[in-house]
Design a protein around this ligand. Structure first.
Ligand SMILES: [Zn+2]
Length: 389
């Protein structure tokens, strides 16, 4: 669904600006009007790291007028493999200072605002309020929740990206127009269940792939071009050279943007800690193990906890549909034999982690599909639906 431009156009371009942005001006979807909107826009980049570094360079080159950079870290030699805004001689400098210099080298007309601090519950709302759109380049779950929550409460779009190893994901969370991060990832993963970039490694160029797509979404939002990635998740698998787009929907039970919000002021979320939820996390099952069990003599009941529109696009054959709302209010009981073997899945594993706890607490021998239908599709396993095959 197309959306109106996020930012009103500023004054007419100068001759020098016309020359600099000539390749934008010839694009019908941007043109002089769009370039004036970009120059009037204020974009906050959270993190001047793997995603933030290339994002800053492209935002500057695109002529975004004001770029804010939030980071409290200093440049380390181990950053240089992917954090392309920083140079060898910047090692030891604050990342905001190094990134501000990089932006100035690309485009001295851009105003850079350095926020040399960590995004926290007590400063996030003020930071987000000063900008039109936020690019989330955070490398930890706690900051991602804060960015999403602050944006949801301020009604601003959160252009989120994530990279790990050879895989990348991105979406635009925008409460009021589509789901927020919590709708899809309702709680941080249990401690130790998810590898971080520090332990798993990351292909440097993957950061560039995802960051460039994030900036593309920012430009689309500011200029009102195309169809923003609201309510959709892009999953890029570099080793398989494949990209999939999954539909996502708002969770009416979301604690931040749902019908009856329970989180109404910003709170810190621990990176990997377990929030107050029922039960223990259900054990994970891999997509390959599940595929073998479904073909075997005693297949488990596979429960898809996503919404109908997500299932219509792609579903695993034979799965039973019990959306999260029914899992939460207990109305699923008639659909599942007590004590039966159950596997729950969602898009990427966020919602199913919660569903797994609830069903385990209710006495089911439940397991949680690791990575959801996104991992299933990455493994080239078949799906049924509009985008199946
Ligand atoms: Zn939400």
């Amino acid at each position: 669904m197309a959306m109106p431009p996020l930012v009103a156009p500023g004054p007419p371009l100068s001759g020098a600006e016309r020359a600099r942005y000539a390749r934008h001006l010839t694009l019908a979807a941007i043109g002089e009007d769009g370039q004036r909107r970009l120059r009037a826009a204020k974009v906050l980049v959270v993190g001047a790291g793997g995603l933030g570094s290339p994002a800053l360079l492209y935002l500057a080159a695109a002529g975004v007028g004001t770029i804010g950079i939030v980071d409290d870290d200093t440049v380390d030699a181990g950053n240089l493999q992917r954090q392309v805004a920083h140079r060898t001689q910047d090692v030891g400098r604050p990342k905001t200072a190094s990134a501000a210099d990089a932006v100035a080298r690309v485009n001295p007309e851009v105003t850079v605002v350095e926020h040399r601090e960590r995004l926290r519950a007590d400063n996030a709302a003020g930071l987000v309020a000063a900008y039109d759109v936020v690019v989330d380049g955070a490398d930890n779950f706690g900051t991602r929740y804060l960015v999403s929550d602050a944006c949801a409460m301020a009604g601003k779009p959160d252009v989120w990206g994530s990279v790990l190893a050879f895989d990348g994901q991105l979406s635009v969370w925008w409460a009021g127009h589509g789901p927020c991060y919590r709708c899809v990832f309702p709680e941080p993963p249990p401690d130790g269940s998810v590898a971080s970039c520090a332990t798993a490694g990351v292909l440097g160029a993957m950061c560039g792939v995802v960051a460039a797509m994030q900036v593309t979404e920012v430009v689309k939002l500011i200029t009102g071009s195309g169809e923003p990635l609201v309510g959709r998740l892009v999953i890029h698998d570099a080793l398989g050279a494949s990209t999939a787009t999954l539909p996502l929907v708002r969770d009416p039970g979301c604690p931040v943007c749902g019908d009856a919000p329970t989180i109404t002021s910003l709170v810190e979320v621990a990176d990997c800690a377990r929030p107050a939820e029922v039960g223990e996390p259900a054990p994970l099952v891999s997509v390959l193990d599940l595929a073998a069990e479904l073909d075997g003599p005693r297949p488990p009941v596979l429960v898809d906890v996503r919404e109908s529109s997500e299932r219509a696009a792609a579903a695993i054959a034979g799965s039973v549909h019990i959306p999260m709302a029914a899992i939460r209010d207990g109305s699923y009981a008639g659909q599942l034999a007590t004590g039966g073997r159950v596997v729950v899945h969602c898009a990427t594993g966020g919602r199913s982690a919660v569903a797994g706890r609830i069903l385990a607490e209710a006495g089911y021998a439940v397991r949680d599909l690791d990575g959801g239908i996104a991992a299933w599709r990455s493994a080239r396993l078949p799906v049924v639906g509009a985008t199946g095959g």
